[in-house]
Design a protein around this ligand. Sequence first.
Ligand code: SAM
Length: 208
Amino acid sequence: MERESKVLTEKEEIVRKGYDLMAGDYHDQRNIFRNKKELEEFTSLLPRNANVLDLGCGAGVPVTKVLVESGLSVTGVDFSESMLNLATKNVPEAKFIKKNMTELDFKDNSFNGLTACYSIIHVPREKHVPLFQTFHRILKPNGILLISMGSTGWEGTEEFHGTQMFWSHYDPEKTLQILTDAGFEILFDKIIADVGEKHYWILAKNRK
Ligand SMILES: C[S@@+](CC[C@H](N)C(=O)[O-])C[C@H]1O[C@@H](n2cnc3c(N)ncnc32)[C@H](O)[C@@H]1O
């Protein structure tokens, strides 16, 4: 596993520390997979032997594992060491990097696809515009993006798996606008009730 240590903001530190503390518990409860259909739609649009970045990959199940089983070359990124330790065991075929997803320094046009499932909801929303601009930069032309975002505009901290956790999201209209402005064509956007809550899922194609 590659590691990088950069200073996190106070909000990011709440998230990283929270997932470090709850990794085992989160992993034990992440056995229900309700987004098979969306993931299949994502993989169906990728070329053979495509490479995919899974941002906020957590413990690697089910998403990173399903991507690997679909024949894709997968790089998982997360800033929680405990989550990445589980991911390395769960999906030994994938490459994992310990990194803040807001500090991605991959070369332009590096990936055919990018997923971020239930992870950007923890990224401070003032960083969403530069984050989407980076996705546009590092994805190849016509690269495919699958992300789940907040179904309402909200920012705050709450108890989650016995520890403090921070969430931050714009409402779907604003999310759609900043994604379109960053250069993405929307293939679908829908609110799905999953893992006990509603999330806003978007499948998009990179236009450049
Ligand atoms: C709710 S979990 C989702 C994990 C996995 N994608 C899944 O579907 O089970 C959110 C993950 O995103 C990671 N994460 C949140 N913010 C991040 C950031 N700025 N950079 C890297 N990882 C981040 C957390 O450490 C955590 O592992």
